[in-house]
Design a protein around this ligand. Sequence first.
Ligand SMILES: Cc1cc2nc3c(=O)[nH]c(=O)nc-3n(C[C@H](O)[C@H](O)[C@H](O)COP(=O)(O)OP(=O)(O)OC[C@H]3O[C@@H](n4cnc5c(N)ncnc54)[C@H](O)[C@@H]3O)c2cc1C
Length: 261
Amino acid sequence: MNIVVLVKQVPDTYSERKLHDADHTLDRDSADAVLDEINERAVEEALLIKEAQGGNVTVLCVGPARATEAIRKALSMGADSAVHVSDDSLHGADVLQTAKVLAKAIGTVDDVDLVIAGNEATDGTSGTVPAIIAELLGLPQLTHARKVEIDGGVVKVERETTDEGLTHLQASLPAVISVSEKINEPRYPSFKGIMAAKKKPVSTLTVADLGIDAGEIGLANAWSTVLDVAPKPPRTSGEKAEDDGSGGTKIAEYLIAQKLI
Ligand SMILES: Cc1cc2nc3c(=O)[nH]c(=O)nc-3n(C[C@H](O)[C@H](O)[C@H](O)COP(=O)(O)OP(=O)(O)OC[C@H]3O[C@@H](n4cnc5c(N)ncnc54)[C@H](O)[C@@H]3O)c2cc1C
C-alpha cells in the first residue's frame, strides 16, 4: 500500500491567532505553528494500515518554509518520506488553488493507493480540500471516516453522519479518504523516531516543478476574498441569580426570557 497523507501546518489553537491588516492573510509570526491535530490522526491511520499491510507512507504539505517542522513531526511518528510544496506565489492561495497544487503533487508519488486527509483544518475550516482533490484526480471520496478497513483492493469506511447515524461506504482503490477526530489516538514520536526523521527524504517542490503557472495562483487570483475581519467580542460575565429559595423560578424565568424554553 502506497499511502499519501495530507498534512497542514496550522497556528496552534492555544495561541492568539491573527490576520494581517493589509490583506487579511494569516499572520504566521503571531502564533506558534503546529502539525494540525486531525492530521496527526491521519498519519496514525496511515501507519496502522502500513503496519498491517506493508507499504510506504508519504506525507505531503503545501506551506511556507516553516512547515518543515510539521513535516518532521509526521516523519518522526513513522512516515517514510515527505513532499513539501513551498513557493512564495502561494501566499493567499484559496481552497481551489490549494487543492489543485496538492492534486498535482500527489501525482509526483508513484502508484498511490490511498490518500488520507483530515476532515477539516483548524484554521481554514472549509472541509472541502479532500473532496476537491478526489474530483480533480477522478477518484472516489470517502469522507468523515471514523473507522477504515482495507480489504484487498477495497477500502471500507464507517462515516459518521449524525450523533447516532452511521453510513457504511466502500470503494475500490485508489481512493481519497478523510478522517474525523474519532478515528484513533495518534502516537507520540519516540526519541528513536525523532532521530530517524532527520535522515528521511523530503522533496521540496515549487509550483513550477508541478507545471503550474505562478501567475494563476496566490491572493490576486483567489476565487474568494476575505473582505473584512473583526475580533470576537469579549465574553460577558453572565447573569448571577441569588438563591433565596426562588432560584429555580429565577432560572426558569431567565430561560423563558432568552426563548430557550
Ligand atoms: C488566515 C487565512 C486567510 C485566508 N484567506 C483566504 C482568502 O483570502 N481567500 C480564499 O479563498 N481563501 C482563504 N483562506 C483559505 C485557505 O486558502 C485555506 O485554508 C486552504 O486553501 C485550505 O483549506 P482549508 O484549510 O479550509 O482545508 P480543509 O478542507 O478544511 O482541510 C481538510 C484537510 O485537507 C488537507 N489540507 C488542507 N490544506 C492543506 C495544505 N496546505 N497542505 C496539506 N494538506 C492540506 C489536510 O489533510 C486537512 O486536514 C484563508 C485561510 C486562512 C487560514
